[in-house]
Design a protein around this ligand. Structure first.
Ligand code: HEC
Length: 151
């Protein structure tokens, strides 16, 4: 029955087009079933958070790069890029929307970068810088294992 086949196809097409589209700035729908706690931010706040994350990653890469060249003297300037000053321009409303545990790991991570910068400014060993990196990366992993952005 071609008539019936056509109307079924039409209903399917209508149903598919009526499904909500995922928001461009946040997580795709495969996050369904993800056991991590979802943090709901506006698209602008989410973009600001993710941009800060990319700065974190660049900072880690920068520190590893100067460690490979055995040049601890360049660590302070690089580490400070992810210190508390990264929060200066952040939307203060974001802090009110995230869980307290999230804020605590976030502040502690910025603080660890500032303390690494300070330690390297006073002069420290490569092994000490690696110890700090290990602790900082522990924070990255623990926050990522606990929280995600809401779809
Ligand atoms: C306080 C919590 C928290 C900490 C600490 C944290 N992250 Fe993230 N990060 C997140 C969340 C939430 C996302 C979004 C992930 C998701 O929704 O699956 C994210 C995403 C990212 C992304 C993806 C960015 C993009 O453009 O999509 C990178 C890269 C990243 N983090 C790097 C890091 C690094 C490196 C560190 C440690 C120096 C770190 N993060 C520490 C919470 C955190």
């Amino acid at each position: 029955m071609p008539q019936k086949g056509f109307s079924l196809a039409a209903i399917c097409a209508l149903t598919i087009s009526a499904l909500p589209l995922p928001s461009a700035a946040q997580r795709p729908p495969q996050a369904k079933g993800d056991p991590r706690e979802a943090v709901a931010l506006s698209p602008a706040q989410a973009e600001e958070l993710l941009s800060g994350m990319r700065t974190y990653l660049e900072t880690i890469q920068g520190i590893v790069a100067v460690m490979a060249e055995n040049d601890v003297s360049r660590v302070p300037e690089i580490a400070a890029r992810s210190g508390a000053k990264l929060l200066q321009d952040a939307d203060p409303a974001t802090g009110l929307k995230v869980p307290i545990g999230f804020s605590m790991i976030s502040f502690d991570t910025h603080d660890k970068f500032d303390r690494l910068a300070e330690k390297a400014r006073r002069g420290t060993s490569r092994a000490e810088v690696l110890n700090s990196l290990r602790d900082i990366l522990g924070n990255c992993i623990s926050c990522h294992a606990t929280y995600r952005l809401a779809p």
